[in-house]
Ligand binder design. Structure first.
Ligand code: ZN
Length: 267
């Protein structure tokens, strides 16, 4: 039996069985609405997915399958879910293209109707974790679905070349300005102290940038050397690539800030 949560009025969620270092306790799929609903981030298209989606939807008619971004732990089951419910996909044009899918191409500010227009979900362009990333705001009460830009615990990956620290910082500022009441992430638990979490994320990225700059000033001349100075031995086994991608993203950010970088091995 699938365990279904109700993190906010008119929002149900279920967790996919894909736990891991990047997905925490698994990808969260949301159903917004009770009659004409939006299914947000169906998750991977694993064997149990169809049953999970059906139980999540209950009696609601899923009209739209919306995506935050194209990563397979969020969108792997998108085409199957859309077919199962006879629903239309909605995502950025870039997300749709990477899935070779057709659907409604969303731009910043566009709204998906929920329950015949009683409420809606508004697309908020929030690149950073990936260039194609959208968050979705329910304007009636400020519930914000944050995908992989902000997770329920820990920090999310902003790695080069997919991610951009400069973009992530602007996206976090945008979200802060929306004054959300609740963050519902793609992985991990609900975040009730929304402004505090968004500020922590922003400060964490700024700290990392400072640490990367500090490593360069201390004489590091390779990505590996910077990683060792910044992370020491806190990198879990098998995640060296993520730490290196993060270092590279911060190097790009330093250049975007107009800073001169030395020649670096491993860039
Ligand atoms: Zn992702």
């Amino acid at each position: 039996m699938t365990e279904i949560d109700t993190p906010a009025p008119g929002v149900r969620s279920v967790r996919a069985d894909n736990p891991g270092p990047m997905t925490l306790d698994g990808t969260r799929t949301y159903l917004v609405g009770s009659r004409e609903a939006v299914l947000l981030d169906p998750g991977p298209g694993d064997d149990g997915a169809g049953e999970r989606w059906r139980e999540l939807a209950g009696d609601a008619a899923v009209e739209t399958v919306a995506l935050t971004h194209a990563h397979p732990d969020h969108a792997g089951g998108a085409l199957r879910a859309a077919e199962l419910f006879g629903a239309r996909l909605a995502a950025t044009g870039e997300t749709l293209r990477s899935l070779s899918a057709t659907g409604r191409s969303l731009h910043d500010g566009m709204e998906l109707p929920v329950d015949g227009g009683e409420t809606s979900l508004r697309a908020v362009e929030t690149p950073g974790h990936s260039a194609d990333h959208l968050c979705y705001l329910r304007p009636s009460d400020g519930v914000l679905f944050t995908g992989d830009l902000v997770l329920g615990e820990g920090s999310s990956l902003v790695g080069h070349p997919e991610g951009s620290v400069s973009d992530a910082l602007s996206s976090l500022e945008r979200l802060l300005a929306l004054e959300p009441s609740l963050l519902l992430p793609g992985h991990g638990p609900d975040v009730t102290r929304a402004a505090q979490r968004l500020t922590e994320y922003r400060d964490h990225r700024r700290d990392r940038t400072r640490q990367v700059r500090g490593a360069l000033e201390a004489g590091a001349r390779s990505v590996e050397g910077i990683r060792e100075r910044v992370y020491g031995d806190e990198v879990p086994p098998g995640l060296g690539w993520a730490a290196d991608a993060t270092v590279r993203a911060h190097l790009v950010h330093l250049e975007e800030l107009g800073e001169e970088l030395p020649e670096l091995r491993g860039r």
